[in-house]
Design a protein around this ligand. Structure first.
Ligand SMILES: *[C@@H]1O[C@H](CO)[C@@H](O)[C@H](O)[C@H]1NC(C)=O
Ligand SMILES: *[C@@H]1O[C@H](CO)[C@@H](O)[C@H](O)[C@H]1NC(C)=O
Ligand SMILES: *[C@@H]1O[C@H](CO)[C@@H](O)[C@H](O)[C@H]1NC(C)=O
Ligand SMILES: *[C@@H]1O[C@H](CO)[C@@H](O)[C@H](O)[C@H]1NC(C)=O
Ligand SMILES: *[C@@H]1O[C@H](CO)[C@@H](O)[C@H](O)[C@H]1NC(C)=O
Ligand SMILES: *[C@@H]1O[C@H](CO)[C@@H](O)[C@H](O)[C@H]1NC(C)=O
Ligand SMILES: *[C@@H]1O[C@H](CO)[C@@H](O)[C@H](O)[C@H]1NC(C)=O
Ligand SMILES: *[C@@H]1O[C@H](CO)[C@@H](O)[C@H](O)[C@H]1NC(C)=O
Ligand SMILES: *[C@@H]1O[C@H](CO)[C@@H](O)[C@H](O)[C@H]1NC(C)=O
Length: 893
């Protein structure tokens, strides 16, 4: 999905910026000391080197000829030996450099360390001359946008200790033969990332010759599963093995891993094609402390003997385990993190299984519908957890009382866990550090206490889809995402916030029984981006936050005009004011200020006046719904300025980048006569609905340039003139309703070419002539054409002059012009609509705690994370183990 890719690009950009700023903070300058003067010859060499680089952002401005820049040992990224004054290090990572690597580099003979990572060499090949820098110990070309075949000359770098090639973002490099690598006998760190090694059938032979390796990553390299060499020495040094994202099968990779090293501590085989049960022999790897086998197709039980008792982290999430787990976890007494989510374990978990797990801090068993819990009421667990997710497991019917003992809890997700009853009061006291709570989709009822006493700050509180009732509790001020939707909260919300102290990003109170006026303070909430008050009975005027980007107020009783205060919402992308009692003209400033708008619905209100033509400035618009109002005048001709309805994925992603907060967007539109909600569906709906107004004049031909339009409803107006002749340009059209106007003339032939059309209604106009013949048009019910006295030919029973008696088509048992009602419903369910936003999270780093992604996102995010992780690992020597934990903290799969 392009949208997702774009989203990730934004994240990538963010990450790059972040890394650069980290870099600035951690910039090292090992040898550079006051008093050291660099060698004149090397200085000139560096200037020649710079001369062939492209440095658009001026990162190398400290490199120069001026007197005060004389000492090249003080130049950015340059380090000299403190005794010989020779340049020994060039660290040019993340400087956005491009251009050519000058051959003059060879004159810096003492260079030991060369880092060109995170630059942009425009898909040029890695210069062979790097292979002649014979003293190099450290070479980093990660994410520098080199492409093509890796030069074998790198094999001359016999002193190389560290080598990193490739990129998580792109797959540009290839190596068809890895012989060169086998000459790098001193390598202890090797990472090859997304390099096409499909043809490198000697890769395994090569790797087994690198006996000094400590850390090996071969990430997503399309490695062929070749026959392992008949004999090789088991390495005792290899400590960290990452073979993520290849297509390895269990039977091939496990025996190999056992032979590669006897000392592995970190093993990551995430995203492979592991199938069947985990082999028992894995248990022989007694030093293994971290094991990541997530995102494979492993099945069966958790085999006890396969899991070393030294494990501290076990990640088997996103597999197909369908047996039991309890026998095993009982013995893993060093376990700190256990991730078994998204499997099909069938098990009853009792307290005895956790008897030895006193170190456990992080437990995620979510999305295992076959897991249930049977703990005694007074159970006092041996562990103190910080993060727990038991979502989509059978936790209920009672609230898990053992949580009372967990005083370090920061994150708790027991959503959709079949729990009912009132929420225990003690819970609000027992975990003072809790900042993320999700109890949604259970059957909780009762009145909530003052939550601001419970949470001084929080990341996210989700109480949605329960039966909480009474008045809305006092909410904590200092937090990000609050979702109390779909409960039975009753009453007014005037005490919801006060002028100074609410910092929410996202507030959802939709689908409750709330009423009364909105508090004034709404206009001042400084951070609010997403506000959903839909489906309540609020009345009075709208107050809106200044910088809101997504506003859902539909189905209330709001009155008055669209307030001018909304004029300050320049980042608004989504506004739904439908089904209220709003009135007045559509403000002219709408077109000038809401320039990022994607969704605009004023449906079913009392708006009047004409459609201002500067509305056409809203180029990103994809849904325009003014139906059921009293709007008069003509349809503006400038509709073809809605490029959002012309492009396939339009600018959606631009406006929906990091502004989107707190959950998935959804919206109601009337679709083929039904109210439909679009949630998390794939394709964007592009829709214009102006039905049931007082519009006059003709349909501007410009409308036919909106080629991605899926629905067009102009019914029940006073429109006249001819039907648009080029209608066949609207190839994506699925729903077309021109009924109950005064259109005249014939039905243009173009109608017969609308192959996607599911619903057509031209009834009750003044159309005349013969209905064009096509396989498609004649399948609609006659009612689609009725009420036009001059029309003739099938599917109408009336024959045209000179024709044979019209044949009534067989499909005439359908109603409302629909071809097949079941198909239509299926279309809606299958996600024909959009996810109006790829709902999502703000703050990226932790404001929200948890992301829920679909599969392709997860993979993309995983890559992204890996690039961050690898960077930190290499640059800052932060242990991979800690980073991997941080990753889990961030993303919930
Ligand atoms: C890089 O080398 C190519 C070919 O020799 C040349 O055309 C180009 O101008 C060089 N670029 C820079 C920035 O020197
Ligand atoms: C020179 O650098 C080495 C290694 O970085 C260091 O051990 C040594 O103390 C330094 N010598 C002087 C004179 O600064
Ligand atoms: C990058 O390479 C492409 C194709 O080789 C070329 O058209 C383009 O000008 C290059 N860009 C820069 C900045 O050198
Ligand atoms: C480096 O390696 C290449 C190819 O592997 C070889 O042709 C070349 O002679 C070597 N150069 C040096 C300076 O050793
Ligand atoms: C890798 O290279 C092989 C052979 O050159 C090619 O067939 C394959 O499509 C490449 N794979 C990718 C992902 O580019
Ligand atoms: C688990 O799945 C495997 C493979 O699909 C199947 O052979 C096995 O019978 C299943 N076991 C149970 C207990 O359902
Ligand atoms: C607003 O909320 C803060 C924090 O709870 C409180 O200290 C302050 O008194 C409140 N102000 C008003 C006017 O209610
Ligand atoms: C819009 O914002 C400006 C500055 O933040 C403020 O002065 C002005 O009163 C706001 N306008 C409305 C209509 O709220
Ligand atoms: C339509 O777009 C064109 C080109 O972007 C612009 O010049 C014109 O002013 C727009 N018209 C309206 C009515 O927005």
């Amino acid at each position: 999905m392009i949208v997702c890719q774009k989203f990730l690009q934004h994240l990538q950009l963010l990450v790059t910026v972040l890394l650069l700023s980290w870099r600035a903070t951690f910039e090292h300058s090992t040898g550079t000391k006051v008093g050291i003067k660099c060698l004149e010859k090397e200085r000139e060499t560096l200037l020649k080197f710079k001369g062939e680089l492209i440095d658009e952002s001026g990162q190398l401005s400290s490199w120069g000829n001026e007197e005060y820049k004389k000492d090249c040992c003080k130049w950015r990224g340059v380090s000299c030996d403190n005794q010989t004054n020779h340049i020994v290090e060039l660290d040019l990572s993340g400087l956005l450099l491009g251009g050519n690597i000058s051959v003059s580099l060879l004159e810096i003979r003492h260079l030991k360390y060369l880092d060109l990572s995170v630059n942009d060499f425009n898909n040029s090949i890695i210069p062979q001359l790097i292979g002649s820098l014979g003293r190099l110990q450290h070479l980093d070309l990660y994410d520098s946008n080199f492409g093509g075949e890796i030069p074998h000359h790198l094999g001359n770098l016999s002193e190389l200790n560290f080598l990193r090639l490739g990129s998580y973002h792109e797959n540009l490099l290839t190596s068809t033969n890895l012989d060169w690598l086998s000459r790098l006998h001193s390598l202890s760190y090797l990472a090859i990332i997304s390099v096409n090694l499909t043809m490198a059938t000697n890769w395994l032979q090569t790797i087994t010759k690198l006996t000094q390796l400590i850390s090996l990553s071969l990430y997503s390299c399309d490695l062929p599963m070749v026959l392992p060499p008949s004999s090789f020495n088991v390495s005792n040094s290899l400590f960290d093995l990452t073979l993520t994202g290849n297509e390895f099968s269990s039977s091939w990779i496990f025996p190999l891993v056992f032979n590669l090293s006897s000392n592995l501590s970190f093993l990551d085989l995430t995203f492979n094609k592991l199938q069947g049960e985990i082999p028992i022999s894995l248990g022989n790897m007694s030093s293994l402390t971290l094991l990541y086998l997530s995102d494979n197709q492993l099945t069966g039980d958790l085999p006890c003997s396969a899991l070393s008792s030294s494990l501290t982290t076990l990640d088997l999430s996103h597999n197909m385990f369908n047996g039991t787990m309890t026998q095993c976890i009982r013995n893993l007494s060093k376990l700190e993190s256990l991730f078994l989510f998204s499997n099909n374990f069938e098990d009853i978990i009792t307290e005895s299984h956790f008897f030895h797990l006193s170190q456990l801090q992080w437990l995620d068993l979510s999305s295992n519908p076959g897991i249930s819990f049977n703990f005694s009421l007074g159970w006092n667990p041996p562990f103190q957890l910080t993060r727990v997710s038991l979502a989509d497991c059978k936790v209920g019917p009672h609230f898990p009382t053992w949580l009372r003992t967990q005083t370090r809890l920061e994150y708790l997700d027991i959503s959709n866990a079949e729990i009912s009853g009132t929420f225990p009061d003690w819970f609000w006291e027992s975990s003072p550090k809790l900042s993320s709570l999700n109890v949604s989709h259970n059957n909780f009822c009762g009145v909530l206490p003052n939550l601001s006493l419970k949470f001084s700050t929080f990341d996210s509180i989700d109480l949605s889809f329960n039966h909480f009732n009474g008045s809305l509790p006092i909410l904590p001020h200092n937090g990000s995402v609050l979702d109390l939707s779909s409960n039975e909260f009753f009453g007014s919300i005037t005490n919801l916030c006060n002028e100074t102290s609410c910092y929410w990003y996202s507030l959802d109170l939709s689908n409750n029984l709330l009423f009364g006026q909105l508090p004034n303070c709404f206009a001042n909430l400084p951070n609010l981006k997403y506000l959903n008050l839909a489906h309540n009975n609020f009345s009075g005027k709208i107050f809106s936050p200044n910088i809101c980007s997504s506003l859902h107020l539909q189905n209330n009783s709001f009155t008055g005009e669209i307030p001018t205060s909304l004029r300050n919402c320049t980042s608004l992308t989504f506004i739904d004011l439908s089904q209220n009692k709003l009135t007045g003209k559509i403000p002219i400033w709408v077109g000038d200020t809401w320039t990022k708008l994607v969704f605009l619905s004023l449906r079913s209100n009392e708006f009047f006046g004409s459609i201002p033509s500067n509305l056409c400035h809203l180029a990103h618009l994809q849904v325009l719904d003014f139906s059921l109002n009293k709007i008069s005048g003509g349809i503006p001709k400038c509709l073809n300025n809605f490029t959002g309805m012309i492009q396939v994925d339009s600018e959606f992603d631009v406006s929906f980048n990091l502004q989107y907060y707190g959950g998935f967007e959804s919206a109601f539109v009337t679709w083929k006569g039904k109210d439909a909600e679009y949630i998390n569906t794939l394709k964007l709906v592009k829709l214009i609905d102006l039905s049931s107004n007082n519009l006059v004049g003709d349909v501007p031909v410009e409308i036919t340039s909106l080629v991605m339009l899926v629905g067009l409803n102009l019914s029940r107006n006073n429109l006249s003139g001819f039907l648009p002749p080029n209608i066949e340009q609207l190839r994506s059209l699925d729903f077309l309703d021109f009924s109950r106007n005064h259109f005249s003339g014939g039905i243009p032939d173009g109608f017969s070419q609308l192959d996607q059309l599911g619903v057509l209604d031209l009834s009750y106009n003044n159309l005349s002539g013969k209905i064009p013949k096509s396989i498609h048009l004649q399948t609609f019910n006659a009612s689609a054409f009725e009420g036009n006295l001059g029309l003739c030919g099938p599917p109408l029973a009336k024959a045209c002059p000179g024709d044979d008696i019209a044949q009534v088509p067989e499909t005439s048992d359908n109603v409302d012009g629909m071809k097949n009602p079941e198909d239509e419903d299926k279309l809606i369910n299958d996600g024909f609509y959009i996810s109006m936003a790829v709902g999502f999270i703000f703050g990226f780093w932790g404001v929200c705690g948890t992301l829920v992604f679909n599969n392709s996102w997860r993979i993309a995010f995983f890559k992204l994370w890996n690039s961050v992780m690898d960077w930190l690992y290499v640059k800052m020597a932060i242990s991979k183990i800690r980073l991997r934990e941080a990753y889990h903290k961030f993303v919930k799969f």
